[in-house]
Design a protein around this ligand. Structure first.
Ligand SMILES: Cc1cc2nc3c(=O)[nH]c(=O)nc-3n(C[C@H](O)[C@H](O)[C@H](O)COP(=O)(O)O)c2cc1C
Ligand code: SF4
Ligand code: SF4
Length: 281
């Protein structure tokens, strides 16, 4: 038996899930979706898993793009675990569509709720003290299900959520084009390059000792939570406002986006910044 789990993570929840399940399955490696999918196909795997957070009620764009480029054994047992804080939306359905285009079916799907990590909009909630142990319990159960090849329909959005999605999420999806424009770097930056190494989108290049954002950011929060000097801020300035207005991003949450220096940040307690840097190819 050979297993392979592909994961995308910003703040470690999905990496932790991939580790727990891989450990239960044995002979299973875990591959960050930051890698080139052509280098890590799943053509000779019997078990193939996909684990990722939910962004704006769907699968993160880089995880979708990675899966599009992946070759998979159509006879493998395939599972998906989405890691929302509250609303999963079409995160699993979207993966199912991409896989169906490759002649691959999902055999098992589930959700693990965890702390909401979108630090440039709000402090982490609900409390990690409650969410993390609950997530660990659910992960153990899911790992057991997968090890025994249980079948389970992947979670789907209700008709209500599907109807609301377009309207509620459109501004945020539009905003994605400008996701890294408002990032700021303050004088505390020590040019260590960690932000560049943890970025799952290869979106940060260090130039003359300072991070430069390359405009294909997923807003995953990895750089923000990993910076040892809290040098990364987020500030929608007047100029950026123009960009946001051009994208019709006028909802309340978009208006309050910003990162006060003292805001609490969340990172999964079982994952370290070093773990995130290891996923770099
Ligand atoms: C850009 C962004 C958008 C998000 N959108 C949603 C969402 O639509 N629904 C939800 O339940 N959680 C949402 N979240 C919260 C994350 O899905 C959740 O915290 C996840 O467990 C983080 O996983 P990670 O630690 O592997 O990055 C969002 C987080 C970010 C950064
Ligand atoms: S991680 Fe922080 S201190 Fe290090 S280079 Fe990036 S912004 Fe500067
Ligand atoms: S630049 Fe920062 S927020 Fe954007 S994808 Fe990279 S690590 Fe995530």
């Amino acid at each position: 038996m050979k297993g392979r789990i592909y994961y995308f993570t910003g703040t470690g929840n999905s990496m932790r899930a991939a580790r727990v399940i891989a450990q239960q399955l044995q002979n299973t490696d875990i591959i960050s979706m930051r890698a080139d999918p052509e280098k890590y196909p799943a053509t000779d795997c019997d078990i193939v898993g996909f684990i990722y957070p939910v962004y704006h009620w769907t699968i993160p764009a880089p995880a979708a793009a990675f899966t599009e480029g992946l070759e998979i054994n159509p006879n493998a047992y395939v599972f998906v675990i989405a890691m929302p804080s509250f609303i999963c939306g079409i995160a699993c359905e979207r993966l199912a569509e991409i896989l169906a285009g490759k002649g691959v079916q999902i055999d098992y799907g589930n959700l693990v709720h965890n702390v909401a990590n979108y630090a440039i909009v709000y402090p982490p909630f609900p409390s990690a003290k409650i969410m993390v142990p609950a997530a660990e319990r659910k992960l153990k159960k899911i790992a057991h299900d997968i090890a025994s090849r249980k079948e389970r329909m992947y979670p789907r959005a209700s008709r209500f959520i599907k109807r609301r999605r377009e309207r509620v999420m459109a501004p945020y999806l539009e905003l994605q084009k400008y996701a890294d424009y408002p990032f700021t770097i303050n004088d505390n930056c020590i040019s260590c390059g960690l932000c560049s190494r943890v970025c799952p989108c290869k979106n940060i290049v260090i130039e003359e000792g300072k991070p430069v954002f390359q405009h294909h950011c997923a807003n995953c929060m990895a750089c923000v939570v990993s910076c040892p000097k809290r040098a990364i801020g987020y500030n929608i300035k007047a100029d950026d406002r123009k960009l946001l207005d051009a994208s019709n991003a006028r909802t309340f949450l978009v208006k309050i986006m910003g990162l006060p220096e003292k805001r609490r940040l969340y990172m999964n307690p079982y994952i370290t910044v070093k773990d995130l840097t290891k996923e770099r190819e």
